[in-house]
Design a binder for this molecule. Structure first.
Ligand SMILES: C[S@@+](CC[C@H](N)C(=O)[O-])C[C@H]1O[C@@H](n2cnc3c(N)ncnc32)[C@H](O)[C@@H]1O
Length: 448
């Protein structure tokens, strides 16, 4: 543990590699016109695509929140946003000639539960009108258990939703109060029971460690409660404290935050608990029941990583809809305007609301494949990437030297292996293959 801590504290803060190159390297060379061309040609390059719809609204502010969202007390801004989403959907569908089948459709936020049930139904109707969404499409919605009601739940299941993701974070009352996110166990259980009764097959829960006042003892109770609810998948996030980006996080006093040692102990505790209770650890921060399709994807090397984290989605293109949404095509990444006014103006001018992106080269794709293998499978065979691997990757290998010398990872005959005990280091191992990272752009959160 001490050696792992040393490397985490020594390494510059490293990205989570939900893309490569990572978002701080996106540039304005990718604009609406270019993405329009990418979309026009997409049907020639991919068999299916996925959609992500961002609903950037919440009723209450969680102090830990690092997402792109706004707290609203009135429905007007949401209504106006829905009108803009419809414009964007229409523009995208015009640009996509012969639109391929939609494999996954994910509603994230913020909180999609900010939408009234009737508006969610309407949004789904619009999406179904313009995109080939059918019973084979995997539809997922992120749910804030505090703001969902029967009408909203029925609107999700009537619209074909088969997966939900619940923001749970922690069950301890003091922790919940300290981050302004109070939600009792009974409430969460009720929501899950109702959704299961309505036919929802797969339930994911978001859990966080490194929160204010969390201790190894408070985690015991939280973990027991989580297990009793039997989620199919878990996303376990280390709290990213980035007050220079999210001013409201300044309301969390740093002295009540667990330090690196405690964060590492929490991570290990959570991992061991779930692995000993019928789950398999997946990559950096996911767990899935051994019978879940995500474990199948892991075993068959079909696991992927995108902006929502680990996914079984194998579509080679993801189109992001809404403020700040990020997507990708085989040509590169694209991100929508984060600024509501620019997002609106672009749509009113009849343009895709693209702010920036990254045109990927073959070298980027080559490096992305290596990073994805490490992030998903904790192992990569460098021989697959270059016969003369020891010369070709000599810089990367020398960056990994100390981790190898400390026996935290191994390099045998070109195969880099990260053992389960060093799982928390995979961001650092991946970073050694990131040629953009040393340019100094981008400030990320702690590596644990
Ligand atoms: C996009 S958020 C929205 C989820 C949902 N609206 C909810 O009920 O909270 C998805 C997840 O990101 C995680 N998250 C948010 N802020 C974070 C931060 N600063 N560090 C680590 N994880 C964070 C939380 O676990 C959260 O549930």
């Amino acid at each position: 543990m001490n050696k792992i801590k040393k490397h985490i504290e020594k390494s510059n803060k490293v990205p989570r590699y939900t893309s490569y190159p990572t978002a701080p390297h996106f540039n304005e060379g990718v604009d609406s016109d270019l993405v329009n061309v990418w979309y026009n040609n997409l049907y020639k390059k991919v068999d299916n695509i996925s959609l992500y719809v961002h609903i950037p609204f919440c009723e209450k502010l969680c102090l830990f929140c690092g997402c792109n969202m706004k707290v609203v007390n009135k429905y007007d801004p949401i209504q106006q946003y829905l009108d803009l989403l419809e414009k964007e959907i229409l523009l995208i569908s015009k640009a996509l000639k012969n639109c391929p089948h939609i494999k996954h459709l994910h509603f994230g936020g913020g909180s999609p539960t900010a939408l009234k049930g009737a508006d969610f139904r309407k949004l789904m109707q619009v999406l179904k009108k313009y995109f080939p969404i059918d019973e084979k499409t995997d539809i997922a919605v992120e749910i804030d258990p505090r703001t969902v009601d029967d009408e909203k739940m029925t609107s999700y299941t009537d619209s074909g939703m088969n997966r939900i993701s619940l923001g749970v974070q922690d069950f301890n009352e003091q922790v919940q109060k300290s981050v302004n996110r109070v939600q009792p166990y009974d409430l969460i259980k009720l929501v899950i029971d109702k959704l299961k009764k309505q036919g929802v097959k797969s339930i994911n829960m978001d859990i966080m460690y490194g929160l204010p006042f969390q201790t190894l003892e408070t985690l015991d109770d939280t973990l027991e409660k989580v297990l009793s609810l039997s989620p199919d998948r878990l996303s376990v996030f280390g709290y990213a404290h980035v007050p220079w980006m999210k001013a409201h996080q300044k309301l969390i006093p740093e002295e009540v935050l667990p330090d690196t040692t405690l964060r590492l102990q929490m991570y290990e505790k959570i991992k061991n608990y779930f692995v000993n209770n019928g789950y398999k650890a997946i990559g950096l921060d996911h767990f899935a029941k051994v019978t879940d399709t995500m474990v199948e994807a892991l075993d068959n090397k079909k696991l992927n990583r995108n902006f929502q984290g680990y996914t079984t989605d194998t579509a080679n293109a993801l189109i992001g809809i809404g403020h700040s949404s990020i997507g990708y095509t085989p040509d590169g990444y694209m991100q929508n305007y984060l600024e509501p006014q620019q997002y609106k103006k672009s749509l009113e001018d009849g343009n895709l609301p693209i702010k920036k992106g990254f045109t990927v080269s073959d070298v980027d794709i080559f490096r992305r494949n290596i990073i994805n293998e490490i992030m998903c499978y904790l192992e990569v065979d460098l021989k697959k990437y270059n016969d003369d691997w020891s010369n070709f990757f000599s810089d990367e290998i020398s960056r990994l030297g100390e981790l190898i010398d400390d026996n935290l990872i191994s390099l045998d005959d070109g195969v880099i292996r990260v053992p389960d005990t060093s799982r928390s280091l995979i961001r650092i191992v991946s970073a050694s293959f990131d040629t953009y990272l040393n340019n100094g752009k981008g400030k990320h959160s702690s590596a644990i």
